[in-house]
Write a protein that binds this ligand. Structure first.
Ligand SMILES: *[C@@H]1O[C@H](CO)[C@@H](O)[C@H](O)[C@H]1NC(C)=O
Ligand SMILES: *[C@@H]1O[C@H](CO)[C@@H](O)[C@H](O)[C@H]1NC(C)=O
Ligand SMILES: *[C@@H]1O[C@H](CO)[C@@H](O)[C@H](O)[C@H]1NC(C)=O
Ligand SMILES: *[C@@H]1O[C@H](CO)[C@@H](O)[C@H](O)[C@H]1NC(C)=O
Ligand SMILES: *[C@@H]1O[C@H](CO)[C@@H](O)[C@H](O)[C@H]1NC(C)=O
Ligand SMILES: *[C@@H]1O[C@H](CO)[C@@H](O)[C@H](O)[C@H]1NC(C)=O
Ligand SMILES: *[C@@H]1O[C@H](CO)[C@@H](O)[C@H](O)[C@H]1NC(C)=O
Ligand SMILES: *[C@@H]1O[C@H](CO)[C@@H](O)[C@H](O)[C@H]1NC(C)=O
Ligand SMILES: *[C@@H]1O[C@H](CO)[C@@H](O)[C@H](O)[C@H]1NC(C)=O
Length: 335
């Protein structure tokens, strides 16, 4: 026993360093909610407006006029890094229901958005801005300069002031600090019925491609995959750290908005993995990048080291065999 303890310590250290070298803190945020009733116990989802947890889902708005709701992750995402100029990749997969419960006229829709933290409530409330901004705020350049957003909208109502006239009023669009979409496409949905839609939103920082894949329905009710994408430099449009999640609203007419599941993953904006874009000036940035990578790698090793010391100390004090597992778990959470 006495001789085994130091050996174990070295093995842990070697394994930790090995894991770090093949994957140096690449993942920044990862979560996978298939049941939102569990989020009360675990990491909470922040809810504002009329959003409520109903069983396993989040009801962003009920099917009632003049409601709005938001559900955002409780922590900010580090989207880009001023010093290194690096930007995070992220993927947001979710499923949702928009249901007018048989009504022929309905509004307004859901967005997945990234924004300046502590984004203000949409006041005075109206449906047009999909729970993100009010008409009044949309018309104030100073408000928009202080409160930035990039959103993917699943819009079920055609607002003549800012929506493109499409074949169908339901559309999916990408909005940059403006409810007038930068790009949009008709959405083949069936809002009168209780159907579940899935969407996958991905940002690839190396190509600056924000792409969206979402469910649509053919006339024969079979599902199709629809697509929309936009090349956008997010550092031009959002602060380094952002709040992110969903918003929805109803106006003079209404529909039910439900978020059923949500999984999310983002990389750290300062890792080795980023493939350098083909650029002549790139060499200038190389030492800086290496420094940042070195520093973050160093920080990771330091944290692991400290956790190991704590673990070994705790183990020595308690001398219990069960603590071994706990030590490993807290190691993972700390990185
Ligand atoms: C999320 O959890 C569900 C249910 O446990 C699982 O089927 C799915 O693969 C998970 N998704 C990810 C990205 O881990
Ligand atoms: C939505 O929230 C507003 C403001 O708190 C409230 O007046 C309204 O009754 C809520 N709607 C429903 C259906 O609960
Ligand atoms: C979520 O709510 C908590 C508690 O009000 C707050 O401390 C935290 O900053 C919020 N998260 C975000 C990303 O705004
Ligand atoms: C709508 O569909 C969901 C998912 O299939 C189901 O859980 C829910 O009960 C349905 N709601 C109604 C009103 O039928
Ligand atoms: C962006 O990604 C989508 C989905 O992978 C792809 O269809 C599209 O061509 C890409 N756009 C550009 C400009 O590369
Ligand atoms: C599509 O589904 C609805 C009910 O969900 C049904 O009323 C309609 O007849 C179906 N259409 C086709 C072409 O199967
Ligand atoms: C993105 O925008 C930032 C800020 O304007 C700029 O520094 C950077 O060079 C841009 N990146 C690319 C690849 O154009
Ligand atoms: C999102 O969905 C894509 C495509 O199904 C999958 O490759 C990816 O792992 C998913 N990511 C998360 C975080 O759920
Ligand atoms: C972002 O994704 C692209 C394409 O998958 C990859 O080449 C790049 O290394 C990723 N960047 C980071 C920081 O993980």
């Amino acid at each position: 026993m006495v001789f085994q303890a130091p050996k174990l310590r070295i093995i842990y250290l070697l394994i930790s360093i090995f894991l770090l070298l093949i994957n140096p803190c690449a993942t920044q945020i990862f979560f996978n909610y298939t049941d939102f009733s569990q989020t009360i116990k675990n990491k909470p989802i922040n809810r504002t407006g009329n959003a409520t947890i109903l069983g396993s889902v989040i009801q962003l708005t009920p099917d009632e006029v003049d409601n709005w709701g938001r559900a955002t992750y409780s922590e900010q995402m580090h989207l880009w890094d001023e010093k290194s100029g690096k930007v995070a990749n992220f993927t947001s997969n979710f499923s949702f229901i928009i249901d007018s419960q048989g009504k022929d006229r309905y509004s307004d829709g859901i967005t997945f958005f990234l924004s300046t933290p502590n984004f203000p409530d949409p006041r005075p409330t109206d449906g047009a801005g999909l729970g993100l901004v009010s008409r009044k705020q949309m018309g104030q350049p100073s408000f928009l300069a202080a409160n930035k957003f990039v959103a993917v909208e699943f819009d079920t109502f055609q607002n003549e002031e800012f929506d493109q006239p499409n074949l169908v009023s339901e559309h999916v669009g990408i909005n940059i600090n403006n409810m007038m979409s930068q790009t949009s496409t008709p959405w083949y949905c069936t809002i009168k019925e209780n159907r579940t839609y899935s969407a996958s939103i991905n940002y690839d920082a190396s190509t600056q491609n924000l792409s969206v894949t979402f469910t649509g329905f053919n006339y024969d009710n079979t599902t199709i995959q629809q697509h929309l994408s936009l090349v956008i430099n997010l550092t031009d449009h959002l602060p380094e750290s952002v709040e992110f999640g969903f918003s929805a609203s109803t106006g003079l007419i209404s529909e039910l908005h439900i978020l059923s599941t949500w999984s999310f993953e983002s990389t750290s904006p300062s890792t080795i993995q980023q493939s350098p874009a083909p650029s002549v000036e790139k060499n200038k940035d190389e030492p800086k990048t290496k420094l940042v990578v070195g520093l973050s790698l160093g920080a990771c090793i330091l944290i692991i080291g400290l956790l190991l010391v704590c673990f070994v100390y705790g183990k020595k004090r308690r001398e219990g065999k069960g603590e071994k597992e706990e030590g490993l778990v807290s190691n993972k959470e700390g990185t």
